[in-house]
Design a protein around this ligand. Structure first.
Ligand SMILES: [Fe+2]
Length: 138
């Protein structure tokens, strides 16, 4: 698995302060999960709690983005909504597999979320950057 600790980087900036702050928080929760899995006791309750916290945070973050997009009539809203919904669909799939090898599963969830978040920010969120800025949202 990728052992690099998840971290927000300047290249992930979408030039909208609130959304950058939320993306940073998302990465710091991922770092918490990474630490829980790398720790001496390897996973267990701490990792499960962090995964729930990440799911809750994703709900909050996606809703912030979607409200802002709806408010400004963002043309690629549907693409965003579809990706956000697919994130939860994938998480639910992991939920069904949970009883097998818990630790392995938690690592896979971390890698899925990290990969999803980075790809989503760079390929999909970046597209709203100039749209929001030109609508006076920074
Ligand atoms: Fe998004």
């Amino acid at each position: 698995m990728n052992i690099t600790r998840p971290a927000w980087q300047l290249e992930f900036s979408v030039h909208v302060r609130e959304l950058d702050e939320q993306h940073k928080r998302f990465f710091s929760l991922l770092a918490g999960l990474h630490d829980a899995l790398a720790g001496e006791h390897r996973g267990g309750v701490a990792a499960a709690d962090t995964i729930s916290a990440l799911r809750e945070y994703a709900i909050l973050h996606f809703s912030t983005e979607e409200k802002l997009m709806a408010k400004h009539h963002y043309p690629d809203f549907d693409e965003q909504k579809k990706e956000h919904d697919a994130f939860f669909d994938t998480l639910s799939e992991f939920g069904k597999m949970r009883s097998d090898e818990e630790r392995t599963l938690e690592h896979r969830i971390l890698e899925f979320m990290r990969g999803w978040l980075i790809t989503h920010i760079l390929n999909v969120d970046k597209k709203y950057m100039s749209f929001f800025n030109s609508n006076g949202v920074f």
